[in-house]
Write a protein that binds this ligand. Structure first.
Ligand code: ZN
Length: 268
């Protein structure tokens, strides 16, 4: 598997995405926004995703380890790195997870929350994503979308949403993300695809996939044409160019003007 990747922050703040790869793995993590609220952790989201990504590469080095088990092991190892922090805080640093692994002629995938994996297969595009987060708290999400980004009303509505999300995060009534509890690893979507059915695949954060799903400014076919011709960097530049035409989120209401964007493009 040939993996090439890029990641860019959405604005002036540090990047809370993480992307990494190896000849058998492609991994994207998208750290959840804290909206400036307390987390109980003095390290922060960029620290969390960097360490979770590094530990995933290690725990999945053994090809026969199920992806969920490797993720659970990595979550436990990262939690053990900062016992002095309050890991029971509902705002503890958390991230979506998307993992693609090649082994023994098949592709294993695990998707926890809304960072999608898209397969460019011989029968069309197959999108694997878990959008349970978009099914909870619809009124509070709508309130955020009523405000232009960078306004006090937007910031306050986003904080109310994030506080409410923390109450249902990693519970059976809400949605599951990678955090301090290894049990979350068992709630991802997993599956297997035969390698000979796939031409290429892209693992991405929603900061990239929104070009298709929210902005409607490209088809998956056009996304893969861009990836083949210009690689991940060209695709992220396309997203930024579109967002620059709507800097305050009037046309496309969103949580921030530009979201951190990552993509790992896998070819054979
Ligand atoms: Zn910490």
């Amino acid at each position: 598997m040939r993996v090439c990747f890029d990641t860019r922050p959405g604005g002036a703040n540090p990047n809370e995405d993480w992307v990494g790869g190896s000849p058998t793995l492609a991994i994207v993590l998208d750290g959840l926004s804290t909206a400036g609220l307390p987390t109980g952790c003095r390290h922060g989201v960029p620290w969390y995703v960097a360490h979770l990504g590094g530990h995933l590469l290690a725990t999945l080095a053994e090809p026969d380890v199920p992806l969920a088990d490797g993720l659970a092991e990595a979550l436990g190892r990262v939690a053990a790195l900062h016992p002095q922090c309050d890991l029971s805080n509902p705002g503890t640093p958390s991230a979506t997870v998307a993992i693609l692994r090649e082994q023994h002629g098949v592709l294993d995938h695990l998707v926890l929350a809304d960072s999608p994996i898209v397969f460019d297969s011989k029968t069309g595009y197959n999108v694997i994503t878990d959008q349970r987060v978009d099914e909870v708290l619809p009124e509070l999400r709508a309130e955020v979308e009523r405000h232009e980004t960078h306004t006090p009303g937007h910031r306050e509505a986003l904080q109310r949403l994030v506080l409410a999300q923390r109450e249902v995060r990693n519970t059976s009534d809400g949605y599951w993300v990678a955090g301090s509890n290894p049990d979350a690893a068992q709630h991802g979507l997993t599956g297997t695809t035969k390698l000979d059915e796939v031409r290429s695949a892209a693992v991405m954060s929603d900061g990239v996939s929104r070009l298709v799903t929210e902005y409607g400014k490209a088809t998956w076919d056009e996304v893969f044409v861009t990836l083949r011709r210009g690689g991940p960097s060209a695709l992220i530049e396309n997203v930024r160019r579109i967002e620059a035409t709507d800097p305050t989120g009037i046309r496309w209401p969103r949580y921030k003007s530009g979201d951190d964007a990552s993509v790992a493009f896998c070819q054979w």
